[in-house]
Design a binder for this molecule. Structure first.
Ligand SMILES: Cc1ncc(COP(=O)(O)O)c(C=O)c1O
Length: 558
């Protein structure tokens, strides 16, 4: 087409440019509205702000009264702290000694050691309640440290331990015996991979399987396949959701490089659905169903327990409804729906979160327990999505490898796990699971309330988190009282308690007794003293002021 009049052409182009920028602006606004209002929903800003948070810590005096508690309370706290310190250093002496020796050489340990409690308190805690991160053995639902102390295991080994440690020990041993003749030969497969593939297809209801070395890698591959097949660039994840430590799924704090092709959207929100409906560059949506317990909130850990703002509540029907709507929009828009079941797969139900919530995904990632106690990541998917090449474009491939993929020993331990799922014992184990764990949580909450303790638990089946019902700056101390009562927690403290399904009622009652005893001891030592004027907001404001003062005026006695 030719423009007869250059002026008209100029106005025409101007109008077109304006219209385009209006559309871009509208989309930009929609995207902004679809982000959760917290910092976790604004990864770029969170990363930038994290760089401004200055280090400071409390003097010994301030450590016990950072909430301006009266002298008498500070003295009780100090006495309790000293008692705990003596108990730790006596009871866990050898375990602490070996942990301290290894700590400067194992970077993981150095990191977890530093991040057990809010950083302002960390120096004092490390000096007096040192980490005891070694264990000698496990049996039933307990673990034993280097000093011979047995504790009930609430760590669940990051979620791997669904069936009880004894099961995995046997799975590894029996599996190793079955592949011993082949040994660690990589590349060609041991034939038992065929049964694994068949059983995984049955569990997932999907057509094809790929094997990887970790959950992180399985997620990487699922997202890569979605991008390859849709020819679109962006992945959508929901605020707070963990999907491993690969950069694109961890766009905020913790990743030194910004993730430019990730949208972090508000979970369970209309605005998020609007963005999915209107953007053309979205390849996939990643869902970690564990977020149902705390939508939009990151995996809780005691190092971020600055006040009592931690909240959790599981509404299965509401989350299932949300997943259904997500499924509809993804189908409408040809967006690949990925369920990341690395954590919850085989824990909530035999058929995983797809069965549990009654919604089917296009790709599903599994890991953790599926390896029968050995490292694993698996992607299951529809065959068109799993294909790594194009028939009509032979050079346009989607590359994915991994030296240790489908390692015979891992495949054999996995086979033991998958075969167990076929047994009547497994059916019995999964039957009524939610009722069992919901009852246990309810009973513990009743006991805590009856003792007027400001603690309650929230759960999605056997995955629990501890919440606090009145404002306090010292909730993170509970992890040390729990440990003293013989309850083993992971380094994130009370943020996540993970039970294996072999806990009997008697085991659980013992845990509940100890939990209540720990909370009572902590209350007795004055940590939950509360000034009625204190709210979670005032606590946050105080900390903010401390930080600003530190940034402006540098270190001084607090
Ligand atoms: C939902 C989810 N996805 C992925 C991962 C990463 O798995 P891995 O630690 O095996 O790399 C995890 C680990 O906790 C997870 O919970």
């Amino acid at each position: 087409m030719e423009w007869a009049d250059p002026t008209l052409a100029f106005y025409g182009l101007g109008a077109a440019a304006l219209a385009t920028s209006a559309v871009t602006l509208r989309k930009r606004l929609e995207l902004s509205k679809a982000k959760h209002r917290s910092l976790a929903g604004h990864s770029r800003m969170a990363r930038r702000l994290a760089g401004f948070v200055p280090f400071y810590d409390y003097s010994e005096e301030r450590f016990f009264r950072s909430d301006d508690a009266p002298d008498e309370i500070a003295a009780r706290r100090r006495a309790g702290f000293e008692r705990l310190s003596v108990l730790y250093k006596t009871r866990f002496a050898e375990t602490i000694r070996q942990t301290a020796e290894a700590s400067s050489s194992i970077s993981d340990l150095r990191f977890t050691d530093a991040y057990r409690v809010p950083f302002q308190y960390s120096r004092m805690v490390r000096a007096h309640l040192p980490s005891a991160a070694f264990l000698r053995s496990s049996s039933g639902v307990t673990v034993t440290d280097l000093d011979g102390n047995r504790a009930y295991d609430l760590t669940g080994s990051y979620g791997v331990n669904v069936l009880g440690y004894d099961f995995y020990k046997e799975a590894i041993e029996r599996g190793a015996a079955r592949v011993r003749e082949l040994g660690p030969v990589l590349g060609p497969y041991h034939p038992l991979i065929i049964e694994n593939t068949k059983l995984l297809k049955e569990v997932s209801g999907l057509d094809e399987v790929s094997f990887h070395m970790s959950g992180t890698e399985a997620v990487m591959q699922a997202v890569r396949l979605a991008r390859y097949h849709t020819r679109r660039s962006h992945l959508v994840r929901f605020c707070g959701a963990y999907h491993g430590w690969w950069g694109d799924v961890q766009p905020g704090i913790g990743n030194p490089v910004p993730a430019h092709e990730t949208y972090t959207l508000d979970d369970m929100s209309e605005e998020a659905l609007r963005v999915l409906r209107t953007r053309r560059n979205i390849a996939c949506v990643l869902v970690n169903p564990l977020q149902a317990l705390h939508p939009n909130i990151s995996a809780p850990s005691d190092s971020s327990l600055l006040d009592s703002g931690r909240a959790a509540h599981f509404d299965k029907a509401a989350y299932a409804q949300w997943l259904k709507r997500l499924r509809e929009v993804c189908t409408e828009r040809n967006i690949v729906l990925i369920f990341d079941e690395v954590f919850v797969g085989f824990r909530l139900a035999k058929g995983g979160a797809q069965d549990y919530f009654g919604v089917r995904a296009d790709l599903v990632t599994y890991g953790k327990t599926l390896g029968g106690g050995l490292p694993i990541g698996v992607v299951c998917g529809k065959s068109d999505l799993m294909k790594r090449f194009r028939d009509d474009r032979p050079a346009d491939i989607c590359f994915a490898r991994g030296t240790f993929n489908a390692h015979p020993y891992v495949m054999a331990a996995m086979n033991e796990f998958l075969r167990f799922l076929q047994t009547p014992q497994a059916d019995a184990l999964y039957r009524g699971l939610d009722t069992i764990w919901n009852d246990r949580a309810r009973k513990l909450n009743q006991r805590l309330a009856a003792e007027a303790l400001p603690v309650e638990v929230a759960n999605i089946s056997s995955i629990w988190t501890v919440c606090y019902t009145q404002p306090s700056r010292y909730n993170w101390m509970l992890q040390y009282y729990l440990r003293a009562e013989g309850l083993a927690l992971s380094w994130i403290g009370t943020g996540r308690l993970i039970f294996s399904l072999n806990y009997t009622d008697a085991d659980f009652d013992a845990v509940a007794d100890r939990f209540v005893a720990a909370a009572k001891a902590m209350a007795h030592d004055g940590w939950w003293w509360n000034n009625p004027a204190t709210t979670n907001k005032t606590i946050k404001r105080t900390i903010l002021k401390e930080m600003v003062r530190q940034r402006l005026f540098g270190p001084r006695e607090r």
